[in-house]
Design a protein around this ligand. Structure first.
Ligand code: ADP
Ligand code: MG
Length: 369
């Protein structure tokens, strides 16, 4: 996927800009607080219809302005062109347009523009709570499969219904048979969610070590484990029956806690180096290298599953990396097509083939050269 041009109005500190991007590496450089992250945020917004760092549109709307607009012109790897426009105003809410036509459900856009984001906040993925890792894998798989996104939405609804009913049961206002239809939904959609997550982890385990070693220059063994509390029949791949049985066995505990304790909404990913959990034993540098490798694997998976190169967004991640590692990293991402990289120092990027790079400097929300 190639984002040819983006037009921004009143997005964060960017008042009105029209920016053309190169097909391969784009280096967006500038001092702190000039709008680099905001630009990547706008690109992500076009693909996912949400910000990666703000919970509401109000926050990305430029101070004292009534509306914001982001419009992008894209070209697929097969050379089909299309446009996406997002409009938000305080008075009228958010509207999304695909080729000028208004989209009813934002989820219809997800997956059309495959995108991978790597930012410092992603360290939360390594160190933070399991919810961060589930969010990572859910965004990825929702881009890969609309059915996954749908399963996830149904699952979450069923879960919140079930939890509400558990409260009523614990107060003797309902009896347990009322859970039955919700358990069916949880099992059916939950099994689908677990299978797709497991499939990605299998793929990731084949690839992640190579990328890790390429960036770190260390010959270390890396692996990822998908940790689920739903017993999984590894031999047959059977999930539904064991899931149902486990829900049933946990019924009393669920009623007592008024909460569903079993299911993929409590799953987690664990990263290992040489057999030890990286979160506990790894250095910050190692965790960072792992994340970069994971994001490259994510891009590869998106490419394989959607038959389209994703757009890679890398926000200010060069911090402690030396030039050689940065170069290695850039070499790793070149095959994926378009990449947007922000950095405070242009000097950090050296030795990348000139024909694949476009530099632009951003100052106070404007591209100055
Ligand atoms: N809603 C907003 N309206 C106007 N300015 C904003 C808004 N949100 C953030 N800013 C400002 O935009 C500037 C650019 O932020 P950012 O893109 O994060 O900078 P950086 O180049 O360091 O990545 C900052 O000075 C920030 O205070
Ligand atoms: Mg920034």
């Amino acid at each position: 996927m190639y984002l040819k041009q983006i037009e921004l109005n009143h997005f964060r500190n960017i008042s009105a800009e029209n920016i053309n991007f190169g097909k391969q590496i784009n280096i967006i450089h500038g001092r702190n607080g000039q709008g680099k992250t905001s630009l990547l945020e706008a690109v992500f917004f076009l693909a996912i219809t949400k910000s990666f760092r703000a919970k509401s549109e109000k926050i990305v709307l430029q101070h004292d302005k009534e509306y914001l607009q982001i419009a992008g012109l894209f070209e697929t790897d097969k050379k089909d062109a299309f446009s996406v426009r997002i409009f938000y105003s305080v008075a009228d809410g958010k509207h999304v347009f695909f080729n000028q036509n208004k989209i009813d459900k934002f989820s219809q856009l997800i997956g059309k523009i495959p995108v991978t984001l790597l930012s410092l906040e992603d360290l939360e993925l390594a160190y933070g709570v399991p919810a961060n890792r589930r969010k990572f894998i859910d965004i990825l798989l929702s881009q890969v499969s609309p059915i996954y996104l749908q399963a996830l939405q149904i699952y979450k609804k069923a879960l919140s219904h079930r939890n509400r009913l558990l409260s009523l049961i614990s107060e003797n206002k309902e009896n347990s048979s009322i859970l039955f239809p919700w358990d069916e939904q949880l099992v059916k959609n939950g099994a689908y969610i677990i299978r797709l997550r497991q499939k990605f982890i299998t793929f990731a385990n084949e690839k992640i070590g190579d990328y890790y070693r390429k960036i770190s220059f260390r010959n270390e063994q890396i692996s990822i484990k998908y940790k689920t509390n739903v017993p999984f029949e590894a031999e047959t791949g059977e999930i539904e029956n064991v899931f149902k049985q486990t829900l049933f066995d946990n019924y009393d505990a669920d009623v007592q806690r008024q909460n569903t304790l079993i299911g993929p909404h409590r799953d987690d990913l664990v990263f290992f180096k040489e057999g030890f959990p990286l979160k506990t034993y790894g250095s910050q540098g190692e965790n960072k290298t792992l994340l970069i490798a994971l994001k490259i694997v994510e891009s590869e998976y998106l490419k394989e599953q959607t038959a389209e190169n994703p757009i890679l967004l890398m926000d200010d991640i060069f911090g402690e990396l030396d030039n050689e590692r940065i170069n290695n990293l850039i070499q790793c991402v070149i095959p994926f097509g378009q990449t947007l990289i922000t950095t405070t120092s242009r000097e950090k990027i050296k030795g990348v083939p000139e024909e694949s790079v476009r530099f632009m400097e951003i100052e106070q929300g404007k591209v100055v050269k």
